[in-house]
Write a protein that binds this ligand. Structure first.
Ligand code: TEU
Ligand code: CA
Length: 555
């Protein structure tokens, strides 16, 4: 029997603090605002909260540019506020995972300030290259658009930044950097946190000599720093020297990582789970998430193949995180559901997320079926990735106006996930009493927590039931996953089985009815959860209605 742990049995909820709940009317979500909602989270049934960065930051990338790892950003509150939040969570048997952003720091971090002045001991904290100011050291591109190198006037040298120019990459080859990172991890662990979500963790190790990348690949240079030569060694060091002393969980974010690569980290034990995005490539163009050609269309059969591979090669072998959205992605209902069947499809997505093998991570607002917003001009956007990429296209003349990419941006932008949480139908959805830092989606009078909680048939109650079901049914946590009807273009069906119990999940992922045919013996089934009224107890041979999603127990 496999090892049972709290984090395999948990349901996690991701909070983007800036957009969650503002307690003091300055328009920015904050820690006391989250504490006010702990009871809400408990009533939904979640066990773990993953908090996106709340550290001191000049906010070039909404907190993913950290200036001081041991301080709370002023607009989010104080360390005492943070302690109160952890206390409230722990008092309700919930746990807290903090975001660990150590591929890079803010350019305002004191390490970078010292490094650019070549102060003793800090010279090699970042990836510096001498040279001519009109010729970057290599052709690598930043993930946020433009070259991955910027010239620093003070040091008269180039520095590497895989993300924004205000996010210089730390030099993990330097043992002093690793020692400092381990120390700050220990500092937070000693404060009683329950784990880390490790940001962009697959980018830590850059290939010796920093060679040019293949200019024909989508993200030029990535083959030299994604899963670089020392990555496994660095993660093992962190795990052996620090994490192994605590009962905590790690989730490594690994964008662009293949299934077999992810498997090495999981089976080797240097990470407990990964966020890898293979299944989310299904609606992308051939050149990745920001490919402006060929996006939007996707086939259910392909999606099933991608998910099933992760279920077998990651979740079944070791463990995995299961997710469909986060703060970098479009809203799940808009992306994988249907506007016409918003409620049904949001419930189908909930059913899917909570019945796979692996720890489910739901993103704030998904529990009420929040959708993408509309961004009609460049000024309405905030995310530095979206604006960086659009501005670069304008600068190079590839497009002549925002209008040419408007539709694509409205499909893809990271901003969709960052519109404020919709609490009630009062002004600004009661996210704030002031002016929200970012516009609230105009559908808030219809889509909000207050309405959803009051309505037994809402998406919210569906999430709550499924979370409860997962906590009661060991089979949904530890059971094997087996795909049924792989070639069916409308139905996604699978079983989860443990010892002599089998749970069957049937999802009609389409707007047309679909008949479910299989040779499973299902005559004697119980309906555990469904998103339509009057669900027949025998699934085989029956027509599933549009976006109908049912969980059965077979006997
Ligand atoms: O994201 C890392 C990352 O690779 C993403 O930018 C990814 O490529 C993109 O979102 C795909 O749509 C993490 C954080 O999640 C993100 O918010 C930060 O901006 C980034 O790291 C830098 O810290
Ligand atoms: Ca505030």
């Amino acid at each position: 029997r496999e090892e049972r742990t709290w984090w395999k049995e948990a349901v996690a909820y991701q909070i983007y603090p800036r957009s969650f709940n503002d307690s003091n009317g300055d328009g920015v979500g904050d820690l006391p605002g989250i504490t006010e909602k702990v009871e809400y989270l408990d009533s939904l049934g979640v066990d773990v909260v993953w908090l996106c960065p709340v550290y001191d930051s000049p906010n070039a990338d909404n907190g993913y540019d950290i200036r001081d790892y041991r301080a709370i950003a002023e607009e989010f509150g104080t360390m005492a506020d943070w302690e109160e939040l952890v206390g409230e969570l722990h008092a309700r048997d919930m746990r807290l995972i903090m975001d660990l952003v150590v591929n890079h720091t803010s350019a305002e971090h004191e390490w970078f300030q010292k490094s650019r002045r070549r102060e003793g001991g800090y010279e090699d904290y970042y990836i510096w290259q001498a040279g001519e100011r009109d010729e970057p050291p290599n052709n690598w591109e930043s993930i946020f658009g433009g070259p991955a190198w910027s010239w620093d006037e003070e040091r008269d040298a180039w520095y590497l930044h895989l993300f924004d120019e205000n996010q210089p990459d730390l030099n993990w080859q330097n043992p002093a950097v690793r020692a400092d990172v381990k120390e700050l991890m220990r500092w937070w662990l000693e404060k009683g946190i329950d784990g880390f979500r490790m940001d962009a963790i697959n980018f830590l190790s850059k290939r010796e000599g920093l060679p040019d990348g293949d200019p024909d690949r989508p993200l030029v240079g990535a083959e030299h720093y994604r899963h670089g030569p020392n990555l496994q060694a660095y993660l093992e060091e962190v795990s052996d020297d620090v994490l192994s002393e605590y009962d905590v969980v790690t989730v490594g974010e690994m964008g662009g990582t293949a299934v077999d690569e992810a498997a090495d980290f999981l089976s080797g034990g240097s990470l407990d789970m990964v966020f890898q995005f293979n299944h989310l490539t299904v609606d992308e163009g051939p050149n990745g998430a920001w490919d402006r050609e060929g996006w939007g269309e996707w086939e259910l059969t392909e999606f099933k193949r991608l998910v099933t591979r992760c279920q077998h090669e990651l979740a079944a072998e070791s463990w995995d995180a299961v997710f469909l959205g986060n703060h970098d992605l479009p809203r799940v209902v808009s992306r994988f559901g249907s506007d016409e069947y918003r409620t049904e499809s949001a419930k189908l997505l909930a059913t899917f997320l909570l019945t796979l093998r692996g720890t489910p991570f739901l993103y704030q607002g998904d529990e009420v079926g929040m959708t993408n917003a509309e961004f009609d001009s460049l000024d309405e956007l905030d995310d530095p990735m979206t604006t960086g990429i659009v501005e670069e296209l304008l600068a190079t003349g590839e497009i002549s106006s925002y209008e040419e990419v408007r539709e694509f941006v409205n499909y893809r932008s990271r901003d969709h996930a960052r519109t404020p949480m919709q609490w009630t139908s009062s002004p600004n959805a009661e996210f704030t009493d002031g002016d929200p830092w970012f516009a609230v989606n105009e559908n808030y009078p219809e889509v909000n927590v207050e309405r959803a909680v009051a309505d037994e048939a809402s998406v919210w109650h569906h999430y709550r039931r499924l979370i409860g079901l997962r906590q009661d049914e060991e089979t949904l946590v530890y059971g094997d996953y087996d795909l049924l009807v792989p070639d069916d273009e409308q139905l996604y069906a699978y079983t989860r089985s443990l010892e002599d119990e089998t749970v069957l999940v049937v999802l009609n992922w389409s707007e047309r009815t679909a008949r479910f045919e299989t040779n499973l013996d299902t005559d004697d089934a119980d309906v555990l959860v469904g998103n339509y009224a009057n669900v027949p107890t025998t699934p085989v041979g029956r027509e599933f209605r549009p976006y109908e999603a049912v969980v059965y127990r077979l006997r």
